[in-house]
Design a protein around this ligand. Structure first.
Ligand code: SF4
Length: 175
């Protein structure tokens, strides 16, 4: 059975920087939970950050690719560089995905870790720009299909496609 990696905050876990969650009640997610397909991950907690914590954004609105290449930083609202924690969290998410032979992830949009289409621009003024977070980037370049919480239908279609093809092992290389 294909398992699916899902952002912990979408599952109602109070792991966001302010201790809140972003529970999704989408019927497809509820179906996956009932089928025991869902593996929860909060990359920021996995990387060692506490709850609560200061909000963080990718500096200058650049994407997770530049963070992984050490060409830009993730900074919190005090200006501290928290890039290392975000990279460790992304690596942990990938390790868990590989452990469970996961091909599909649904991650919270807008996050400097989990955002898959948009991230905040580094100004801490609530401005979104096109880009992806550090974890979404690392998962994608490792061969995992990453969707946002606005794309449950697309993710489910991918799941049906993979299961119809009988894909049961990772399409990416294990280290
Ligand atoms: Fe949610 Fe991802 Fe942020 Fe954790 S890192 S709170 S899972 S968006």
């Amino acid at each position: 059975m294909q398992r699916i990696l899902v952002s912990a905050c979408l599952l109602g876990e109070q792991v966001r920087y302010d201790g809140s969650h972003k529970r999704s009640r989408h019927p497809i997610l509820q179906q996956w939970v009932a089928e025991n397909r869902v593996i929860s991950i909060c990359p920021e907690l996995s990387g060692g950050m506490p709850v609560p914590r200061l909000p963080a954004e990718i500096a200058s609105g650049e994407g997770g690719e530049k963070v992984l290449q050490r060409q830009t930083s993730v900074v919190d609202s005090s200006g501290a560089d928290v890039s290392h924690t975000f990279i460790v969290g992304a690596q942990n998410a990938l390790r868990i995905a590989r452990l469970h032979e996961i091909h599909i992830a649904v991650l919270k949009e807008g996050s400097p870790s989990c955002g898959s289409h948009q991230v905040y621009d580094g100004s801490f003024k609530g401005h979104l720009v096109a880009g992806q977070g550090v974890t979404a980037t690392l998962l994608r370049i490792s061969g995992i299909f990453v969707f946002s919480e606005m794309e449950f239908n697309d993710a489910h279609n991918m799941l049906l496609h993979l299961e119809a093809d009988g894909i049961a092992s990772p399409i990416f290389h294990k280290p």
